[in-house]
Design a protein around this ligand. Structure first.
Ligand SMILES: Cc1cc2nc3c(=O)[nH]c(=O)nc-3n(C[C@H](O)[C@H](O)[C@H](O)COP(=O)(O)O)c2cc1C
Length: 369
């Protein structure tokens, strides 16, 4: 693998490539790390035992190459709203919506309580995930939404683990720098998942200038070598990619969803709070359209909206997997680069293509000597 360029990020972690690959798929994480980048496993979809198994497997596959873990650590205890029953108006609304697509959901609202996602973002759930994470000695832990609690930064540093934080604005970045994080991921609005409203092109240089000695990775809208070269040109120490791996062979997303992603254009995503209660970019579907209707109930706080939609999405995905026609209800978190994701490739191929494209773009800019 050719070394594109040495940056503060590659030096800090001993990498060959200025590239971080975020994924919930252990196979993607291991391949990115083995290729010389930093694979980062999303811990949120897993309970502690599953996370333990995945990290054991990744560490074996990486053969000593560094890898990271991404968590969603709440700043304080889970709010009361998660423990109160979901409003019946919301349950009715979702039940009707699913019924329009041929999905019966009699037990809706009860299934999600205690589900993996909601447990893993609760304080107790996160502590268990943190114990497993640190036992596997990752090179880096990242925190997704909002400022990481000081106890996470202190624990990581005590265990020689670097801390990264995803941010979407200067205000977020300042808060994270005050907490002592080692790496900022400036994530633009193009990105899949929870995201702000500022574009990567604008956000990256703004955060690079603000961050001083702390390296910044650009995230959001980076899926090929030219975009990787562009993030380096913006002053970033590398790129942090999430969506592009959904079109990899190692990604675990069901084929029913992947087929929709491969057909989608760059204008087919929406930044909507309808799935998690906070604005997150995902493939627009009948679910999002319904929540924008004038008769739709108000979106609930994150913990409750997650409970409501977790049940519903489990039913939607199960129905799609059974081969039932659920129309255009299926969706997943994905960024605007979905429009360039037209075929499945091995993760290694995606990395190799990105590196070759980046070197070619840099070469073209330099021109003939
Ligand atoms: C399917 C998916 C799920 C995501 N979930 C998380 C998450 O749990 N935690 C997190 O820090 N970022 C999450 N993100 C955001 C990524 O970490 C990354 O910043 C983003 O994908 C970069 O933009 P891109 O999608 O254009 O590559 C997710 C992104 C995707 C595509």
């Amino acid at each position: 693998m050719s070394v594109i360029v040495d940056t503060r990020f590659t030096r800090m972690l001993g990498l060959d490539l200025p590239l971080a690959g975020f994924s919930r798929s252990p196979g993607v994480v291991a391949e990115v790390s083995s290729a010389g980048g930093l694979g980062v496993l999303a811990a949120t979809p897993y309970g502690p035992d599953e996370l333990d198994r995945h990290l054991t497997w990744i560490a074996e596959r990486c053969g000593g190459a560094p890898f990271g873990v991404d968590l969603l650590v709440p700043p304080g205890p889970m709010t009361e709203s998660a423990r109160s029953p979901l409003p019946s108006s919301h349950i009715e609304f979702v039940r009707d919506l699913l019924a329009e697509h041929g999905i019966e959901a009699p037990g809706l609202g009860a299934l999600g309580h205690g589900s993996t996602t909601t447990t893993s973002i609760s304080s107790a759930g996160v502590e268990a995930l943190l114990d497993v994470t640190f036992a596997h000695r990752p090179a880096l832990v990242a925190n997704a939404l909002g400022p990481a609690p000081a106890r996470l930064v202190e624990r990581a540093h005590a265990e020689d683990v670097l801390v990264a934080a995803l941010i979407g604005s200067s205000a977020h970045a300042r808060r994270q720098l005050d907490l002592g994080v080692d790496l900022l991921v400036a994530q633009g609005t193009e990105a899949g998942g929870h995201t702000g409203s500022i574009a990567t092109m604008v956000l990256t240089p703004e955060i690079v200038d603000l961050a001083g000695d702390v390296p910044v990775l650009a995230a959001g809208g980076i899926a090929d070598g030219r975009q990787l070269a562009a993030s380096l040109a913006l002053g970033a120490a590398g790129a942090w990619c999430g969506s592009v791996w959904l079109a990899s062979e190692e990604d675990v997303t069901p084929m029913t969803v992947k087929r929709r992603l491969l057909r989608a254009g760059s204008g087919d995503t929406v930044r909507s709070a309808a799935r998690t209660g906070k604005p997150a970019r995902q493939l627009r579907s009948a679910w999002h359209d319904a929540w924008e209707r004038s008769d739709a109930p108000e979106i609930l706080p994150m913990d409750q909206q997650l409970l409501l939609s977790k049940d519903a999405w489990a039913l939607i995905e199960a129905a799609a997997e059974e081969g039932r026609d659920v129309g255009d209800l299926t969706s997943f978190f994905v960024g605007q680069v979905v429009g360039r994701m037209t075929e499945l490739r091995p993760t290694r191929q995606i990395v190799d293509d990105m590196v070759a494209g980046c070197l070619a773009a840099i070469g073209e800019l330099r021109g003939p000597h």
